[in-house]
Write a protein that binds this ligand. Structure first.
Ligand code: GDP
Length: 316
């Protein structure tokens, strides 16, 4: 990738896309292409073709999609499977047709079987049944990997796939009905502090284990892979370390509201018991994460205070 190459970040308003744009800007890439949802419906093949014909991106970061946490995934599966299947298909097809040099497709660690051996190696894909709470999303993401591999096999396209673990950071979604656990906990502890109530409710039993990667580390990994990874096989991106939801809740409590008391609502689903990625292949290539979870959490709480909480307080 040269500084003046045309680089399309599909999904630039999201958690991942915005981090990739920040990173490209910091490295002084000056031909970053973006399109808002209003400008371009990525589910519409004709519109995507038209946009590719006009803009001819040479590199594509395909990080757009309909995403959400355990509640959104289990209550809106139709949206998750329909939007994601189409977004991946249209962009991959246009990238092939308009001769994009390289495309990086981003999946998710939820693609792996529910009862997977841990840590999860790339080759465990499609070796068992999926976790029901995110099956629709996972199927769309698996189809995306196979899509990239098929275009590589049949047309020789240089399309690669990366599977990140659970992400967090600036620009995350803090809406309690659709967010993932980490931003949800930041909001819950913050609101309890503001309201002066001691109890904070955490969904499920607190025993599931999750791995968290700061989105700035992910953006760094995406540029690294775009520059150096050429394999057909997808590659895991994570830290290689996990913790229980209870431990995460305690860490958020310590950062946001140390006086709070944690309660568990066992009527809510736990989801996957554990999903720790094996990041051995990525480490062998020479990439490692840099941002420690506690530091990343504190930075994300600062971002939340500046961008979300202040705005809401002013509107109230
Ligand atoms: P997952 O990694 O796909 O299961 O997605 P989430 O990030 O939504 O949830 C991870 C785990 O955190 C699950 O076991 C949830 O039950 C648990 N969890 C605890 N409290 C919350 C919360 O307030 N919101 C969300 N989304 N998950 C929570």
């Amino acid at each position: 990738m040269e500084r003046n190459d045309r680089i399309f970040v599909a999904g630039h308003r999201g958690l991942v896309g915005s981090a990739i744009v920040r990173r490209l800007q910091a490295e002084r890439f000056d031909n970053i292409l973006t399109a808002t949802r209003e400008q371009l419906d990525l589910r519409d093949q004709a519109a995507v073709n038209y946009w590719f014909r006009a803009n001819r991106p040479e590199y594509v970061f395909l990080v757009a999609g309909t995403v959400g946490g355990i509640l959104a995934n289990s209550t809106r599966p139709a949206e998750f499977i329909y939007d994601n299947m189409l977004i991946h298909a249209t962009v991959v097809h246009a990238a092939h047709f308009f001769k994009t040099k390289k495309l990086l497709y981003l999946g998710s660690s939820c693609i792996y079987p529910r009862e997977c051996a841990q840590p999860i190696k790339e080759q465990y894909l499609l070796t068992g049944p999926l976790e029901p709470t995110n099956e629709a999303y996972a199927l769309a993401k698996i189809a995306g990997i196979k899509l990239c591999q098929s275009y590589r096999t049949q047309y020789g396209c240089n399309f690669i796939s990366a599977m990140p673990t659970n992400l967090y950071g600036s620009n995350d979604n803090f809406d309690l009905t659709s967010s993932h656990v980490l931003p949800a906990l930041i909001r819950k502890f913050h609101e309890a502090k503001v309201e002066g109530s001691r109890d904070v409710t955490v969904w499920g039993s607190g025993t599931p284990r999750r791995e968290f990667l700061h989105v700035d580390d992910l953006a760094d990994a995406c540029l690294f892979l775009m520059r150096s990874y050429e394999d057909a096989q997808h590659i895991n991106v994570g830290t290689g370390e996990d913790l229980t939801i209870r431990e995460l809740a305690e860490m958020v409590r310590d950062v946001v509201y140390p006086a709070a008391a944690i309660r568990f609502d066992r009527s809510k689903p736990d989801g996957m018991p554990r999903k720790l990625l094996d990041v051995g292949r990525l480490h062998e290539l020479g990439w490692r994460h840099r941002i420690d979870l506690r530091d990343g959490l504190a930075q994300t709480y600062d971002w939340f205070m500046q961008q979300v909480a202040c705005g809401e307080a002013m509107r109230a």
